[in-house]
Design a protein around this ligand. Structure first.
Ligand SMILES: [Zn+2]
Length: 153
């Protein structure tokens, strides 16, 4: 799944579960659950295996997605100010919600073929439920909308 829906759901969990000792692990765990929702992703893994690097179009999609995720996460945290503690918890939840993907970046960026990392990537990939681009983007748009409604509705 793209990073934006992960971040919105992570923030929504932090916004609704008042105890961070509970909300933060839940934000992390939500990542694996969300990846089970049928979705579309750029095929970064297949491209890295096939061409030795990620295609430019996929790199652009990933960069735009990361930028949007960062902006939305920051904005949600900002709306909780001057409650600095809550803003901090929201930011932390956002980070944890994408951590399972962030861990994979050395593989793509530095071509790290570390055995443990490769094992983890295979595990993470095995959880993905991928469908076509149109329906696969729609499901993610629904996740984002639901998350935002959950926070601000
Ligand atoms: Zn993932």
């Amino acid at each position: 799944m793209l990073e934006t829906p992960h971040v919105v759901v992570g923030a929504a969990i932090a916004a609704s579960v008042s105890n961070p000792m509970l909300s933060l692990p839940l934000a992390l765990g939500s990542h694996f659950l969300l990846d089970r929702i049928p979705h579309w992703n750029p095929h970064t893994y297949t491209e890295t295996e096939k061409y030795g690097k990620i295609r430019n179009s996929s790199m652009i999609i990933a960069s735009v997605d990361t930028a949007i995720a960062f902006l939305i996460g920051s904005y949600i945290a900002y709306t909780y100010l001057p409650d600095y503690k809550m803003s901090f918890v929201i930011i932390t939840a956002c980070f944890l919600s994408v951590l399972p993907d962030v861990i994979k970046s050395p593989f793509y960026l530095m071509k790290n073929k570390n055995g443990l990392l490769k094992k983890y990537i295979n595990f993470e990939r095995s959880l993905q439920v991928e469908i076509g681009i149109y329906l696969g983007l729609l499901t993610q748009l629904l996740v984002i909308t639901t998350g935002l409604w959950w926070i601000f509705g």
